[in-house]
Design a protein around this ligand. Structure first.
Ligand code: GLY
Ligand code: MN
Ligand code: MN
Length: 486
């Protein structure tokens, strides 16, 4: 009797496991994902099928894996956030052996009491039906038996395979096995990606077509997505403001990073959109500096902070550059004002019809002219030595999101992020050395212009210096130094 009760409790507890009842309610709705699949189906060529695999689990060391993050296309189309899954979207209805008509089918990892105890809840086939709204959902252990004849399609569209998918010997239906089984079903050349150029593919396999279809879809945000990006941006702006208030000479880059990321977590952002970039002084010249190891930021330095909270899968991408002591030096201010002017020049033309190229050119023109007037360059810098990157990209599920990179269209969300970086030993007066400024904001393209989403992070010299005078809850937060007694 006692044993039966224990079993009953385990079964009951286990059966509630997969419901994911504590998942925040503001994740994208199942209708969103279903609608995205329908939109993709509309774009597919006749007699075709699109195939998507979940992201692999990546090993960090020994028995520890990197935190799992779903492939953004897979998440966009399904809402499924677990590994070891494959999705098929058919242009036309298919008929199952039992006569059921269907035009999409997903295979997901099965429920598993032991695995779930160690690594968390799984939806399983039932959860994927109930929660994500799929009609045709099966456990991936059934994939081997799935016997659609792929040769009958004019096109089978999928992304080429990377070769970094591990085979978990304990799991005969993990991503490695799903891909191997799929390759067999479509007669994919055994040697894989490296030999594709020379080995003829079966002529209905299309490894390129999905890119532009997904660019078209994901580049224009729906209202649900816009709300989530706005929240990610709002949270990231709050992080910038709190750091401006708390900033003091002697802080470490890591500490500054921590303040931003604490604010992200306080507001329930589940992740970072990309590794946080926090570079003081010369470190700001390293465009994607993520070491963040500098222990004592000096009084005279600028600190460049490029961070984005990820909220329900969607990321912000915001950079602010501030003087550590609360006041820009004359040289810092001149460079800062120049970058700001470049950003505002791009903002003037930021509307549907303008190209990404136009935006970059507008910022480059201002930066080149300004650097020339300051005597930092002697002639127009064709190679853009001090501004070596483009100024704009889509944001969304990825920080450098999918989307078309031609003309701006209503519903796109983009960054405008000019910068000037003057490393030590540059061929200019040394008073400029070590100055690195990037200003990066996020914009929703509207019918005839833009909505500036990141206004919550002070941006002008005046507003930054004013924000840095505000009190911070961290002003009195002091830990005893290591090795000293209280
Ligand atoms: N945070 C990376 C970028 O600004 O593109
Ligand atoms: Mn960016
Ligand atoms: Mn950035």
């Amino acid at each position: 009797m006692k044993n039966l009760l224990v079993v009953a409790l385990i079964v009951f507890g286990y059966s509630t496991f997969g419901q994911n009842s504590d998942l925040p309610a503001d994740f994208l709705s199942k209708d969103f994902h279903k609608n995205r699949r329908e939109k993709l189906r509309e774009k597919l060529p006749p007699n075709s099928v699109a195939v998507f695999f979940a992201n692999p689990v990546r090993n960090r060391a020994n028995d520890v894996d990197y935190v799992y993050h779903q492939d953004p296309d897979f998440f966009y189309l399904t809402g499924y956030r677990e590994p070891n899954a494959v999705l098929f979207i058919f242009k036309e209805n298919q008929t199952a052996a039992n006569g059921t008509q269907y035009n999409e089918i997903i295979f997901v990892q099965p429920r598993n009491e032991m695995r779930e105890m160690w690594t968390g809840r799984r939806l399983g086939d039932k959860g994927v039906k109930d929660i994500l709204g799929f009609n045709q959902a099966f456990n991936n252990t059934d994939f081997k038996k799935y016997n659609v004849n792929f040769t009958k399609f004019d096109k089978v569209l999928f992304y080429d395979f990377f070769n970094d998918v591990r085979n978990d010997e304990r799991d005969s239906a993990d991503l490695f096995d799903l891909q191997a089984q799929f390759k067999a079903k479509v007669n994919f050349p055994e040697k894989g990606a490296t030999t594709l150029a020379v080995e003829p593919l079966k002529n209905n396999i299309d490894l390129k077509g999905l890119e532009s279809l997904m660019d078209d879809l994901r580049g224009i945000k729906t209202q649900e997505e816009i709300e989530l990006v706005k929240r990610a941006v709002q949270i990231s702006c709050a992080g910038q403001l709190e750091v401006m208030k708390a900033m003091k000479p002697g802080m470490s880059e890591r500490e500054v990073q921590g303040i931003h990321e604490f604010v992200f977590k306080k507001y329930q952002a589940e992740d970072l959109g990309y590794p946080s970039i926090v570079g003081a002084g010369h470190n700001g010249c390293i465009l994607h500096y993520i070491d963040n190891y500098k222990p004592n930021i000096s009084n005279k330095e600028l600190i460049l902070m490029d961070l984005g909270a990820e909220y329900r899968g969607y990321t912000a991408d915001i950079t602010r550059t501030i003087p550590v002591n609360g006041k820009f030096s004359p040289e810092q201010k001149q460079i800062y004002e120049l970058v700001l002017k470049a950003q505002e020049e791009a903002m003037k033309i930021c509307k549907p019809g303008t190209t990404f190229r136009d935006l970059t050119a507008a910022t480059r023109r201002i930066v080149n002219q300004g650097l020339f007037e300051l005597g930092i360059i002697k002639a127009v810098d064709e190679r853009n030595l001090y501004y070596p990157h483009g100024c704009c990209h889509h944001i969304g599920l990825d920080v450098h999101d999918k989307g078309t990179y031609d003309k701006l269209q209503e519903g796109m969300i983009i960054t405008i992020e000019p910068g000037i970086y003057i490393p030590e030993e540059s061929k200019c007066d040394k008073k400029w050395w070590g100055i690195a400024v990037r200003i990066e904001d996020d914009y929703l393209i509207t019918k005839d212009g833009y909505e500036h989403l990141s206004v919550g992070a002070p941006r002008t010299v005046k507003d930054i210096e004013a924000a840095m005078k505000l009190p911070s809850p961290l002003d009195s937060f002091v830990l005893p130094e290591f090795g000293k007694k209280n």
